[in-house]
Design a protein around this ligand. Structure first.
Ligand SMILES: [Zn+2]
Length: 186
């Protein structure tokens, strides 16, 4: 994980009483409304590896092309965690130019609902650092959201998508982000 490349998307609060006690082991409290945490990678990691003078980009978010490097599309990678926690990683896929163009052309039109794509994960996510460049597939779940990763032909990628991971193992890497909210109750 590139520290400067990750942020937590703020989420609106809704009413209702949900378990918000922090976990005694990791100190992280679940989202008060029981929704997944959102942890967002601002850019593909490779962006930070390129000398600024050599960096030539088109677009920004959710479509980013980096000249001589590749085409990137923002997606959500949902990960299920133990004890009622979950996290949606906002991450990037490196996709073929044709896929990038297809996404661009359908993005704001009804045909977007049928959009799906293959690509390579473009962020090093904890605790699965070695999976950089893991091949995954994403499809549209909600017309108002970027595509969701839902399967992977790679064994570790498939585990990330389908297994329920110990929440501490994943969230402690992002503890600073997840504890940064002010308390919801005094
Ligand atoms: Zn915990």
């Amino acid at each position: 994980m590139t520290k400067s490349n990750v942020s937590r998307t703020s989420r609106a609060k809704v009413g209702g009483k949900a378990r918000t006690e922090p976990c005694p082991n990791c100190g992280i409290a679940p989202d008060p409304a029981g929704r997944p945490f959102s942890i967002t990678f601002n850019l593909p990691d490779v962006y930070y590896d390129i000398h600024p003078e050599l960096l030539d980009t088109w677009g920004d978010d959710p479509f980013l092309a980096i000249k001589d490097v590749g085409f990137y599309l923002r997606v959500i990678l949902p990960v299920k965690l133990t004890d009622g926690y979950a996290v949606d990683f906002g991450t990037w896929l490196k996709v073929d130019p044709e896929v990038f163009r297809e996404a661009w052309q359908s993005w704001n039109f009804p045909e977007y609902k049928d959009f799906s794509c293959d690509g390579l994960l473009a962020n090093r996510m904890e605790p699965w650092n070695p999976t950089l460049r893991t091949h995954v597939r994403a499809r549209v779940r909600d017309m108002d959201q970027v595509p969701y990763v839902f399967e992977s032909p790679d064994p570790l990628g498939a585990r990330i998508v389908t297994e329920i991971w110990p929440h501490d193992e994943v969230l402690t890497h992002y503890a600073e982000l997840l504890k940064s909210d002010p308390p919801t109750e005094s």
